[in-house]
Design a protein around this ligand. Sequence first.
Ligand code: C2E
Ligand code: CA
Ligand code: CA
Length: 464
Amino acid sequence: NEIKVLDMGAWDFVPKPYNPKILKFRLKNAIQRSRLAALEKLKYLAEYDSLTGIYNKYKFFSATKQMLSNYPEKKFAIVRVDVERFQLINSFYGLSEGDKLLIFISEYIKNICENFKISTYARIEADIFAICMPIENVTYRKHILSARKALKKYNSSYDIVPKFGIYLIEDPTLPISIMYDRASLAAKKCKGNYINNYAFYDKSLSEYIEKEQEIVNEMNNAIKSEEFSIYLQPKYSLDENKFYGAEALIRWIHPKKGVISPAEFIPIFERNGFITKIDYYVWEKTCKFIKNQIDCGKTPKPISVNVSRLNLYNPKFIDTVCNLTKKYEIPNYLLNLELTESTYIENPELMIESVEKLQAKGFIVMMDDFGSGYSSLSILKDIKIDVLKIDMGFFTKTKIESRSLKIIASVIKMAKVLEIPVIAEGVETQSQVKFLKELGCEYAQGYYYARPIPTDEYIAFLEK
Ligand code: C2E
Ligand code: CA
Ligand code: CA
């Protein structure tokens, strides 16, 4: 029994009959040992991250400080790493999937750091990691540049984009927390930037970040208190000069700052993932509006809504849209969906699949801002888009207007060959209308016809 019990991990074994004095000593030892073990555990918890087993923030700060003072002659950088829109992976695939990815990333960072003789690395919180590495040679850049490809291997349907904020340490006596904050500021600079997934700290960053932070702080509350509202911009058929539908565009009616243009907040929401909430909000308001029209005995016109590319990474995206039209009992062809080229560039297969599924459900899919990206032609080869939208503003506000008009003309001609109707956006002048009519462009939208207007004005407009 004694061998068996000790083998199973018991700290001690006291056979009967026992000597009370000896038992007292043995108990004292056991208590001592248990305290030590608890201390060890506490120490571990205080220094290591429980999910990934690497240093936590505090240990990172102290170990990095130690390392910098041990090697005063060496140059180092603090690098902050996080995964763009990690919270979407948690909410779309569940927490345990998110945890798995974090463990994978910590292993990946561990591997990178093995290339340097000295370095520290840690999980700071949530999906944020930090590394302090020597920068004498350029290999540190190589590792950062190859990270995206390496993480892509984890799961190709996630689109994991790691972002690196880099602070090149000038003064090694600065508190590590300040160095880390600078790396974080740099990281914000490259958030949402599809081409560059790393950025370096420089002093001018602070002000720009402050403004963005203000918007982020207010956004959740703003959606709850219904500060967002939709404006509708009428669309016209060119040959009959008749109104035939509208596009829903969001406005933020801020209690203090007044109307904030989407150009100011949409890019921020795209960076932090909040855009999927805003989009859903607009889709729902639009469905409600169409339903109201039907209930009032009017013949509803189709309204298009914008679909940010992030939605496509939600496996429930199609169901979500279908559930909305079902909930408000409106036919799917009345809710038109505008997608942009950038979605296609990022993940062509996903875009092709999503568009086909939407069309199979009876939705009309429009390609927004067509021609402004780099892959317009291959989109047309791969996807049977229902409608092309081209923005006159993109082209005509360039130096050589005659050339811009030629590009627009050739896009419209090509669309004709492919039998895809075109909406020209940003139409502002009579001469533009004439030009478009001559080319046989089907539809137009722009200040020449109407500006985006609040829904009550739009209803009044319909009754005219
Ligand atoms: P967009 O989807 O290309 O929308 C057209 C933009 O052009 C709108 O700007 C509209 O007000 C503006 N516009 C219309 N006619 C004219 C014109 O004749 N001349 C000029 N110069 N501009 C005209 P807005 O409403 O400021 O929206 C800007 C962008 O913000 C939109 O571009 C769209 O990308 C995004 N956005 C707006 N609402 C939403 C939304 O609910 N969800 C998402 N994901 N994006 C939205
Ligand atoms: Ca649009
Ligand atoms: Ca557009």
